[in-house]
Design a protein around this ligand. Structure first.
Ligand code: CUA
Length: 330
């Protein structure tokens, strides 16, 4: 037995030790109620599967060693009916019922009055809108912040191709389908930063379509959301002010909104508070000015197929000024 279980146990231990089973983007390191339920189902399925495998291999080894040609029809008949029909039927039925019973609670809507967040899948980024009964409270991109311990109702859609919204540490995945709205409820239980990803192939840069979810204490979240709802702050220095001018004169405002300025484009991400975000380019770069400058100059190299043109033809000083302006939009 030690011989046949050794590799399996080693594989399981290696999996647990590897980053794929821990960290900010792992369904096996649940930090939300729904992710916890899904992880429990996974471990039950795995545990029972391993137990059955060990039982079957042990039985096979036993008969391989003891078989001496003589047959015991009565014993063999019981083994076939018991081990081949009854045992798998009972085991699989129990696991099936356990799994199916979990569906209603994992797809249930959040209670009336819960926080409502609309997320739209774009190619290849996420448009995020915090909704109120009256309309939108704040618009941002590629970043979601949530209060800890509260159910959140996500309203998911897409106007291009099918994407799939997935934050493995917090819950299950849900498709975003053109022409219809899908719903997902999450209830984070731990504060921290988690990573989400698109889980449905959606074109060239599908693999570069990520986002971050920051789970915060309620008071800090309320403060953050109120800040997101406010217009952009004014440029803090001369270089940022020059960047603000370049932003308008180079046509950036045709695609991007910076609330409180004439920039009101809706094709690309809302940049009103882009400098305060955890990432740009949908989870692929951080927001240091050097990274912003790099992104502006080489968008298509960094993210193949991106709709935003590269502005590498601008003088370096202009790119620096634009980056300074965007970095200051906290
Ligand atoms: Cu969006 Cu894959």
């Amino acid at each position: 037995m030690t011989v046949c279980c050794g590799p399996l146990l080693a594989a399981l231990s290696a999996c647990l030790a590897a980053t794929s089973c821990t960290g900010v983007q792992s369904a096996l390191a649940p930090s939300g109620y729904h992710a916890g339920r899904i992880a429990a189902l996974f471990w039950w399925m795995t545990g029972v599967g391993v137990a059955v495998w060990i039982f079957v291999v042990a039985l096979a080894l036993y008969y391989a060693r003891t078989a001496n040609g003589e047959q015991n029809r009565r014993r063999d008949g019981w083994l076939i009916v018991g081990g081949g029909v009854a045992f798998p039927t009972i085991t699989l039925t129990i696991l099936l019922v356990y799994g199916l019973a979990m569906i209603p609670e994992t797809v249930a809507r959040a209670p009336e009055g819960s926080l409502q967040v609309a997320v739209t899948g774009e190619q290849w980024w996420w448009r995020v809108r915090y909704l109120t009964a009256e309309g939108e409270q704040a618009v941002l991109a590629n970043e979601i912040r949530l209060p800890v311990g509260e159910p959140v109702q996500f309203r998911l859609d897409s106007d291009n191709v099918i994407h799939s919204f997935w934050v493995p540490s917090l819950g299950g995945k849900m498709d975003m389908i053109p022409g219809r709205v899908t719903w997902l409820t999450l209830r984070p239980e731990v504060t921290g930063i988690f990573r989400g990803a698109c889980a449905e192939y959606c074109g060239t840069s599908h693999g570069l379509m990520s986002f971050y979810v920051q789970v915060m204490e309620k008071a800090a979240f309320d403060e953050w959301l109120a800040h997101q709802a406010r217009p952009a702050r004014l440029p803090a220095d001369a270089e940022a002010a020059r960047g603000a001018g370049l932003f308008l004169s180079n046509g950036c405002s045709a695609c991007h909104t910076v609330r409180g300025t004439p920039a009101a484009g809706v094709i690309g991400p809302d940049l009103t508070h882009v400098g305060g975000r955890l990432s740009i380019g949908a989870g692929i770069m951080d927001t240091r000015p050097g990274q912003l400058r790099d992104w502006l100059a080489r968008t298509g190299h960094i993210k193949p197929g991106v709709h935003m043109p590269a502005f590498g033809m601008l003088p370096d000083a202009d790119l620096q000024a634009l980056a300074a302006y965007l970095d200051g939009l906290e």
